[in-house]
Unconditional design. Structure first.
Length: 254
């Protein structure tokens, strides 16, 4: 259900849906996107396609955008100027909507992948059990056909059985034997494939957890803390103000 569904009579254009569906990815890939643009601008400047000063302006603008994105907006001043602080005390709390979107999307992706891993394990175990059951049935059939083939062979050697019946029993036995060989090969291949796929899924989940941990660390960095103990001075940040990453907002006088 879309929040704006009740305001329009026609369906939303697919281009709009596609654009909106990429927001979660955009929130996580902004750094790579901006860094790629910076590298492109550097290349254009080196090749003389654009003037050097133009490349520098573009690069500076992109770096400023990156700093703004990775910074935040002041939501709360927990300690006022002039107060005594201890190292590690939280002075400001910032917010970053893009970072929150990235965390929500990463958590959703991680939950989806973990669910996929569980379903894959269950599916593979069911398939493994089915193959084992098939092998038990086929092995039982092979034993029966082998016994009949040996019986028919003795009767045929004593000229008590027609040649055609003996050959049919032999063909049935050999066919069951070959089927069991093929099934054993399939079971081995299935075991290798299952191990490889589960290892790949496990690695994907480990990587996603590492990425989520890094994003959460950045969220924790939105808490501006006192680097040392002392008196807080020259606190210039105001509620609602945007603070870029690395921007100087005050000092602690020791």
């Amino acid at each position: 259900m879309k929040l704006w569904a009740g305001r329009f009579q026609k369906e939303t254009d697919t281009l709009v849906n596609d654009f909106n569906s990429s927001i979660g990815f955009d929130a996580r890939l902004y750094r790579q996107d901006i860094q790629g643009s910076i590298a492109h601008a550097q290349m254009l400047g080196r090749q003389g396609i654009i003037e050097a000063h133009e490349a520098e302006k573009i690069i500076g603008g992109l770096q400023a955008i990156l700093a703004d994105i990775e910074g935040g907006r002041v939501e709360e001043r927990l300690i006022e100027e002039g107060a005594q602080v201890k190292a590690g005390d939280v002075i400001l709390r910032l917010s970053n909507p893009l970072l929150n979107i990235g965390i929500l999307q990463s958590e959703a992706d991680l939950a989806y992948q973990e669910n996929e891993l569980r379903n894959t394990r269950i599916s593979m175990e069911q398939e493994h059990l089915r193959l084992q059951q098939d092998r038990i049935s086929l092995n039982k059939e092979l034993v029966q056909k082998d016994r009949r083939y040996r019986q028919y062979e003795r009767l045929y050697n004593k000229q008590l059985l027609a040649r055609e019946d003996f050959l049919l029993a032999k063909e049935d036995y050999e066919s069951a034997r070959d089927q069991l060989v093929v099934l054993d090969q399939r079971i081995r291949q299935d075991d290798l494939f299952r191990s490889s796929q589960l290892e790949s899924l496990d690695e994907n989940i480990r990587n996603m957890k590492r990425s989520l941990s890094l994003v959460r660390e950045r969220l924790e960095n939105l808490k501006v803390k006192a680097p040392v103990s002392g008196q807080l001075g020259n606190l210039e940040a105001q509620i609602g103000q945007s603070i870029a990453q690395g921007e100087r907002i005050g000092q602690v006088i020791t």
